[in-house]
Design a binder for this molecule. Structure first.
Ligand code: KG4
Ligand code: ZN
Length: 340
């Protein structure tokens, strides 16, 4: 079954063609980097307007790259839940149009479920049950994944998402946007022990996260150094901040996996591209007899292939959305089962 996956929930206009939920024939992502640099972040209305300009070309390019025509498409999957409302509306309008014109099924997907399937696309042998850390610019959560499409929320962030903390700290340090990749790069030459930043909630009994205090601590340290006319070792600040985020994410996810008695961990979302996070997860997982899985780098951040893969799985379960499919900017993943 050839599924067209469409993703426009934030600042990437993306479309992909995926065969049987496993084989990516094409994946086209148009980033809005010029706008992000100009405004220092995502401006919802501006992002939505850019999606309307790009979506037609991106879908056409996905078809061209796959060597397919519109008539080859068997179903359309689209991110309809979790994201910026204006941005979600552009993707769902395009998906409904394709579904109606081609007379093929439509399925609305929760963005977080898309990220979860990115890892299944990269690692078809990812076993169930497993514990999944989904960590990106909009969310940071630990899920117990009993089986395909069955999720139990174990913990989530009570304030900033981890990627959001990377973005805000990088912006404050003047390193640019998006913050994750630039901090990841700057940290390569920095000393992780140069600054002792807090590890919020690392010893808490629950699996919730909080990154706002850590972010403020980094910003205050930076301000103090500027006020005292001290040299600003940006790589050291970046490395010490990144280490604090990674320590918390790794410790809590491993603890969750051990408590639930699973043998496998899945780490997904934009922040799962982080090199230090991957290395430290690998070491900690091995030490605890666990196997950790990551998506390939091209599937960590937002893309259409993960939406197509999630859509295929839901279609195989007999689920369908109607042309009344609504967009929901914020809703828990657990509520996404069944008909829309
Ligand atoms: O999954 P994604 O594309 O969008 C959301 O669903 O939010 O994730 C984007 C986030 C941004 O906050 C970005 O800074 C972060 O992922 N990110 C990284 C890295 N690459 C992207 N964070 C840390 N290290 C990276 N290498
Ligand atoms: Zn995302």
């Amino acid at each position: 079954m050839l599924v067209l996956g469409i993703e426009t929930s934030c600042d990437e206009t993306a479309a992909a063609l995926v065969e049987d939920g496993r084989t990516i024939l094409s994946s086209v992502i148009a980033t809005q980097m010029d706008l992000l640099k100009k405004y220092g972040g995502v401006v919802p209305e501006v992002a939505a307007r850019r999606h309307t300009e790009l979506i037609g070309y991106v879908i056409e390019e996905a078809l061209n790259k796959a060597g397919k025509s519109k008539e080859d498409i068997d179903a359309v999957a689209v991110t309809a839940k979790q994201g910026l409302i204006g941005c979600l509306l552009v993707g769902t309008a395009a998906a409904k149009t394709m579904s109606y014109a081609l007379n093929v099924p439509l399925i609305g997907i929760h963005h977080i479920e898309g990220h979860i399937f990115a890892n299944k696309l990269s690692n078809p042998d990812l076993p169930y049950p497993h514990v999944c850390l989904t960590v990106s610019g909009g969310h940071t959560m630990i899920l117990y994944v009993a089986e395909n499409c069955h999720y139990e929320l174990m913990g989530t962030t009570v304030d900033d998402a981890a990627g959001e903390a990377f973005d805000k700290v990088a912006k404050f340090l003047g390193l640019g946007f998006p913050g994750g990749p630039v901090i990841d790069k700057a940290a390569q030459t920095g000393n992780i022990k140069a600054y002792k930043f807090p590890r919020p909630l690392i010893y808490a009994k629950n699996y919730d996260f909080s990154f706002s205090g850590l972010k403020t601590s980094v910003i205050n340290t930076f301000k103090e150094q500027v006020a005292n006319h001290e040299a600003l070792p940006l790589p050291d600040i970046a490395a010490s901040f990144q280490e604090a985020v990674v320590d918390v994410l790794v410790a809590k996810t491993i603890k969750a996996a051990l408590e639930r008695g699973v043998k496998a961990l899945s780490v997904t979302g934009g922040v799962s591209a982080n090199r230090r996070l991957r290395a430290n997860f690998q070491t900690a997982a091995e030490r605890n007899g666990l196997k950790v899985f990551f998506p390939s780098l091209s599937l960590c951040t937002d893309n259409g292939a993960m939406v197509a893969a999630a859509g295929y799985s839901r279609l195989m379960r007999g689920e369908r959305s109607t042309l009344e499919l609504d967009v929901i900017p914020s809703t828990p993943l657990e509520m996404t089962r069944g008909q829309d």
